[in-house]
Design a protein. Structure first.
Lengths: 262, 254
């Protein structure tokens, strides 16, 4: 008996890629449909927000602090060449608020939270826990996916603000150790150059990154297959895909905010 | 409109059912009728499509063609609330129990209850959870997490989680797989107790002959994607059919 040859519209690779994009689109649309359907799992959203904050707080504190400190240290020689070290607080604050804090928070969260969502949902999929919810007439998408995506969208902006403060504190320590600038003088100088547009842009970025981390992690985990290998793959893809999308979003949001700035 | 099923009336009817996964033809024209109040055992080797059959019955999979009518409704035509209503009447016990790892036994049992029956008080929830846990003999595990339970306990809790919604039909997927002989006997007894206490109609998927003999009112032998023979345990195995004889002999040697 000869095996029937599988027919492809374009090629195997392109067909699979197009199908994956279509699947992701359907998942994305389903998220917005399910938000308004049935009861909202507020308790689970709060639980997930707490888990996200708890998981990332230490890592974000550490990376935020180091980022602020190192960025200040690296910027000082260039500014001192022009005798402009007094601009250091403003320069560092603009860099942190506009770019570093949202990006550091997003990348850390993509690694820590995205992989955790991918692995958790992936493991629930391969051990039939998601099927068990479905057969007991509970909507697993609403309980597992919607709650995690909303929690990420809420928690990442909060973490981003926290990261900004810790980074600025790192920068302040470096400045005060070298220039002896006081706490009040540093922060007055730092916040002088920050505009509402900077803050709103950062918030918009953090919301977009949080949503991306939540939806990508959930998509990869919810559609995991092939046992434990699939769980690892889901966790890995969640991180790689969300990081890739975060950089694309960064470019787009910066372009849009520059349009308003001009 | 809700239909009134009299005792002995068919509650599950499978007609000429086909299901394939790519080039793998799992079910090839399966026919089966299960009557109200009976325990039907679907017996067969691993990979013959037994689990696929009950997953089609609860709408987790869709058949390629044929009819699967449960409680008077074609399952593949149901969506949204209609499918949800049907699922509320069916309990599905998974092969690996599928307990929610991150929840305690109490939370596992509360999970479907509070989401399907609104306005329950804390006292009502506690009473119902304790009642079903007592029914499966595991009230003492109420605050444990699944990782702390043995394989047999996990199976029992899995069954308890389905019983909490008081289903009319129970679907057991390999209830004794991976358990020691004594625990197998306990699970077999539990299946019979559930039938008595909850007046359920059950389909038990297994490759374990002892389980089939102890729990089945009738047995359907699934081999090569089709039911070879249906009847009581004695009727099915009193045969010259080579494949059925070799299945029996293999189990006997085991």
């Amino acid at each position: 008996m000869s095996a029937k040859k599988k027919q492809f519209v374009y090629s195997k690779g392109l067909d699979n890629a197009l199908l994956a994009v279509y699947d992701a689109y359907v998942f994305f649309i389903r998220f917005f449909r399910e938000i308004f359907r049935g009861r909202m799992e507020f308790q689970e959203i709060v639980k997930q927000c707490y888990a996200i904050g708890n998981k990332s707080l230490l890592l974000i504190s550490l990376t935020g602090f180091i980022t602020g400190m190192v960025f200040t240290k690296q910027s000082r020689p260039s500014l001192s060449e022009f005798g402009a070290t007094s601009w250091l607080p403003s320069l560092v604050a603009i860099a942190i608020v506009r770019a570093l804090a949202p990006l550091v928070t997003a990348l850390i969260s993509a690694g820590k939270i995205g992989s955790s969502i991918g692995a958790e949902l992936g493991s629930m999929r391969v051990t039939e826990q998601i099927d068990a919810m479905e057969v007991s007439a509970v909507n697993p998408f609403k309980f597992l996916v919607v709650t995690r995506v909303i929690a990420c969208t809420i928690a990442i902006p909060v973490l981003m603000f926290y990261c900004s403060m810790v980074s600025l504190f790192g920068a302040y320590l470096n400045v005060t150790l070298n220039e002896g600038t006081s706490f009040i003088a540093f922060f007055e100088n730092a916040f002088e150059q920050i505009t509402f547009l900077d803050i709103w842009t950062s918030v918009a970025k953090a919301i977009a990154y949080g949503f991306t981390i939540g939806i990508v992690g959930s998509y990869q985990g919810y559609n995991a297959s092939k046992g434990t290998e699939g769980v690892g793959k889901a966790a890995n893809s969640a991180v790689v895909t969300s990081m890739f999308l975060i950089f694309i979003e960064e470019v787009i949001i910066v372009q849009v905010s520059n349009y308003f700035r001009a | 409109m809700e239909e009134d099923f009299k005792p002995g009336e068919p509650v599950i009817e499978v007609r000429d059912l086909y299901k394939s996964f790519g080039s793998l033809h799992v079910l090839q024209g399966v026919n089966l009728t299960v009557h109200k109040g009976e325990n039907m055992v679907v017996l067969g080797r691993s990979g013959t499509g037994k689990s696929v059959l009950i997953k089609i019955m609860i709408g987790l999979l869709k058949q390629d063609r044929g009819d699967c009518i449960v409680l008077g409704k074609e399952v593949s035509n149901l969506t949204g609330n209609d499918l949800r209503d049907l699922r509320l009447k069916i309990g599905f016990s998974f092969q690996n129990s599928a307990l929610y790892d991150s929840m305690t036994v109490r939370e596992n049992l509360e999970f479907p209850l509070v989401r399907n029956i609104p306005n329950l008080t804390r006292a009502d929830i506690d009473e119902q959870v304790e009642y079903v846990l007592d029914a499966v003999g595991l009230l003492q595990t109420i605050n444990q997490v699944p990782a702390e339970l043995s394989g047999g306990q996990r199976k029992r809790i899995g069954i308890a989680r389905t019983l909490i919604l008081k289903p009319e039909i129970m679907l057991y997927d390999e209830p004794t797989a991976g358990l020691d002989p004594i625990t197998c006997l306990e699970i077999n007894e539990l299946i019979n107790e559930v039938k008595e206490k909850y007046q359920t109609t059950s389909i038990i998927i297994t490759h374990d002959l002892t389980c089939a003999r102890e729990t089945g009112d009738r047995i359907a032998m699934l081999l090569d994607g089709q039911f070879l023979k249906t009847g009581t345990f004695e009727e099915v195995f009193d045969t010259d059919e080579e494949r059925i004889k070799s299945f029996y002999d293999y189990n006997f040697i085991q």
